[in-house]
Design a protein around this ligand. Structure first.
Ligand SMILES: [Zn+2]
Ligand SMILES: [Zn+2]
Length: 265
């Protein structure tokens, strides 16, 4: 069953289109299940305002909008309400309560920031040395151990700024892939990264060397569009190419994820 669980909305300030356009594109492209997972809001202990995630005050409107589409299109597609969340250690008790109270279907792990975006740094910019790579993996593993996250989005995000995939990248990739395998957490092959690599003629993430290691470790993998525009969902060729690539590598590709009952955590 063709499904995508990585879909943004305009509320994170860097995605375009209205929610319904995403649903229509997903139906057009043959998706049977579509999960929205916009960047989660956080309740900061300061007046910090993030410029890449919805403010907390917008969350209820996000939920209501998707819930309405879920009902409207129920005969055409299954719609799920999720969030792409970080692992902000100090705020995890808050997140746990929040996703339970709001009856979120699932969350995916987007490990973008060290500690939090309020105080820490963006791994995509600062992973240029072993110390930062280790922090990236340490935090991703701690997050996966919570059992809250359905999968790890763009696991090779650390290649965003790293000059080339060297011995250190290899070592930390093995550590990350083995931990994900042990914890039964699928890794996401991120199509937004492919769009970026192509557009700027770079080799950031997804990085082939990382995926060769994931294949060796025999990780479960799931394709994520990471749609920041509804048209991204309509790129069937990119989806099929990703499928063929992962199959060729011998990775175990999963298509759907189970929804979570957060009252059990
Ligand atoms: Zn992300
Ligand atoms: Zn994303």
């Amino acid at each position: 069953m063709k499904a995508n669980y990585h879909t943004h909305t305009h509320r994170c300030y860097h995605a375009q289109g209205n929610d319904e356009e995403y649903v229509k594109s997903a139906i057009k492209a043959g998706f049977k299940e579509l999960g929205f997972s916009d960047h989660s809001p956080w309740k900061y202990n300061s007046s910090f305002v993030s410029n890449m995630r919805m403010p907390l005050s917008v969350f209820d409107e996000y939920y209501a909008s998707i819930a309405a589409l879920k009902e409207k299109y129920k005969n055409d597609i299954s719609i799920k309400i999720g969030l792409e969340c970080e692992y902000f250690e100090a705020y995890m008790p808050w997140l746990k309560e929040f996703i339970k109270e709001k009856k979120i279907d699932y969350i995916i792990l987007g490990n973008h920031y060290h500690q939090s975006d309020e105080k820490g740094f963006y791994f995509g910019h600062k992973c240029t040395n072993r110390k930062a790579l280790d922090l990236y993996v340490d935090e991703a593993i701690k997050a996966m151990k919570t059992g809250l996250y359905s999968y790890l989005a763009h696991p090779d995000l650390f290649m965003r700024a790293y000059p080339e995939f060297d011995k250190d990248c290899e070592e930390i990739s093995y550590r990350l892939c083995r931990a994900a395998k042990e914890l039964h957490i699928p890794l996401e092959y991120n199509l937004a990264g492919i769009v970026y690599n192509k557009r700027f003629n770079v080799h950031q993430y997804p990085h082939p060397k990382f995926w060769e290691i994931a294949a060796e470790v025999q990780n479960d993998v799931i394709i994520g569009v990471d749609a920041h525009h509804y048209q991204h969902l309509e790129d069937i060729e990119m989806w099929e190419n990703a499928k063929a690539y992962l199959e060729k590598l011998g990775l175990n590709r999963i298509e759907t994820i189970e929804m979570k009952d957060f009252t059990k955590f």
